[in-house]
Design a protein around this ligand. Structure first.
Ligand code: FAD
Ligand code: NAD
Length: 467
């Protein structure tokens, strides 16, 4: 039997364990914190559970436009957010999800080891466990150790008022004034969620616009929505320090200004968990940032060692981590395998409104990397949008100018995460705009606008962008 040792039990590790076991490998998974990894215990699952509560608050607030009267000037006077209870629910849900994954792996016969692992050679893994050190021989090793929040040297998180995104679930009361440092996906999602929960939010953004890595038309819509809701966005500002002062925090900006708040959330990116794994000693190549270099079938520079997930720096998404992990097993255990194809990846920013994307990006188009015809269709005129009192948002589609094959799209809308699926399917199946727009959509529905966007590309001209 092929012995497979997996280090890290997040989506990269546990999905690989399932496939490794299915293909007849003898799989051992070593995890230090809990199955599901950071994705389930501290990052993806908890943040989306918090967002679910915040969304309800925003809907209640917006109910006035629909003719529902709330007998108070401010929603917080009639709906009290018990953040302690909200966070307990978040943690319970994460814990339950982790248990489900643990049970599933155990049922499948995967050996689960609680401990911190390192390589002592290309085929030797040592785990420090509560019962001492244990050594495992491995024919195949998969490294799926994820990342850790980056900290600024002068803004050390204390878990009480200066927090990283893993520590916010200790809060029992909604912060009075939360300073969110960093307007990437993590910063934007938490800023949106806490704003929804009735917190006064200041967003310190190092760029001119929030979400610098996302579609800029979408980011502009979100920035306007944030500002309309009263969020203070400090653009082109970098934080250099954060300190406790009395019952609050003070964040110092690069230009010397100080921002005062009750709490501060640092969302300034992550660093890979590659130190202390013994990678240098076995010759696993890393980038200067410490990410493990892999090819499209998850191979590292050492023949029997594979890597998956955020530690590779390929695309920090749970879905990509899981796919890289599965690919590693398919490849190493001799099953049919297609290399990782990032063109088909769909992702979503869970803000209000949501921003979902798939395939080719506006950045690639603007850089001249791909020639497209495209359309941007605002959702304001959509009948369902009007009924729901939703005014922001759009559907953007990219297709090849000659064939009309759909190669990407962006949706900014409530539940964009669900609406993007039809575009995702079109991209993966290389569907044309005509094929796509000939399918029925429900009336009235937001998906009607997705089909309409495709219809508008029937007479496409290259680089046509209709606003
Ligand atoms: C706030 C936030 C929200 C996110 N939301 C989403 C989302 O909505 N959708 C989405 O697709 N992605 C989301 N992501 C990204 C997603 O969480 C990551 O892409 C995903 O966690 C990567 O999985 P992984 O398996 O690489 O690593 P992880 O989930 O980080 O798991 C790695 C595990 O390895 C363990 N480990 C590390 N070193 C060792 C060692 N030496 N020995 C034993 N164990 C070790 C760690 O303890 C950890 O449990 C979010 C990220 C953040 C920060
Ligand atoms: N919904 C999701 O799928 C989801 C949610 C969260 C994160 N993620 C994944 O995690 C990845 C990382 O996202 P992230 O937002 O954690 O990190 P990031 O590195 O993308 O963003 C961090 C931001 O902080 C800014 N920054 C850094 N130092 C700063 C300073 N001193 N002052 C002010 N701003 C500063 C950076 O310019 C950057 O815009 C994303 O690319 C995404 O793939 C996904």
């Amino acid at each position: 039997m092929t012995k497979v040792v997996i280090i890290g039990g997040g989506p990269g590790g546990y999905e690989a364990a399932l496939v490794g076991n299915q293909l007849g490998g003898e799989v051992t998974l070593i995890e230090r914190d809990g199955l599901g990894g950071a994705a389930v215990l501290t990052d993806c699952v908890p943040s989306k559970t918090l967002v679910a509560t915040a969304e309800v608050m925003v809907r209640i607030e917006n109910a006035r436009q629909l003719g529902l009267h709330i007998a108070a000037a401010d929603v917080s006077e009639v709906v009290r957010v018990d953040l302690g209870e909200v966070n307990q629910r978040v943690l319970n849900l994460a814990g339950a999800q982790s248990s489900d994954i643990t049970n599933r792996l155990r049922q499948d016969g995967v050996e689960i080891v609680s401990g911190t692992a390192r390589l002592e050679g290309p085929t030797t893994v040592v785990a420090s466990t509560p019962d001492g050190e244990r050594t495992y021989d491995a024919d195949i090793v998969l490294l799926a150790t994820g990342t850790t929040p980056r900290e600024l040297p002068d803004a050390q998180c204390d878990g009480e008022r200066i927090l990283n995104w893993k520590q916010v679930y200790n809060l029992t009361e909604v912060p009075e004034r939360l300073i969110v440092v960093g307007s990437g996906v993590t910063g934007a999602e938490f800023a949106s969620a806490y704003d929804g929960l009735g917190c006064d939010v200041v967003l310190v953004s190092s760029r001119t616009q929030v979400l610098p890595g996302e579609d800029q038309d979408a980011a502009a819509v979100l920035q306007r929505a944030f500002e309309r809701r009263g969020m203070e966005i400090m653009s082109e500002c970098r934080a250099v320090a954060a300190r406790r002062e009395g019952d609050g925090v003070v964040v110092t900006l690069e230009d010397g200004r100080e921002v005062h708040g009750s709490h501060c959330l640092m969302a300034v990116g992550s660093i890979p968990n590659s130190a202390g794994l013994g990678l240098e000693s076995v010759g696993v190549e890393m980038t200067p940032s410490g990410h493990i270099v892999v090819d499209r079938v998850s191979r590292t520079s050492v023949r029997n060692i594979y890597a998956a997930g955020d530690v590779t720096g390929v695309f920090a998404l749970a879905s990509v981590a899981a796919m890289q992990g599965r690919i590693a097993m398919w490849h190493s255990l001799g099953d049919a395998v297609a290399p990782l194809d990032l063109r088909n990846v769909s992702s979503n920013v869970f803000t209000t409104p949501e921003i979902a994307t798939v395939g080719v990006t506006q950045k690639e188009v603007d850089a001249g990397e791909v020639r497209v015809a495209s359309v941007l269709l605002p959702l304001g005129p959509n009948a369902r949008s009007k009924m729901q009192g939703f005014t922001d948002g759009f559907v953007k589609l990219f297709c090849l100018p000659t064939t009309g094959i759909i190669i990407g799209g962006v949706v900014v809308a409530p539940r964009a995460s669900e609406l993007i699926h039809s575009i995702s399917l079109a991209v993966s199946q290389r569907m044309t705009v005509d094929d796509f727009s000939h399918a029925f959509t429900v009336y009235p529905s937001m998906s009607g606008s997705v089909a309409e966007a495709a219809r508008r590309l029937h007479h496409r001209g290259e680089d046509l962008l209709t606003h």
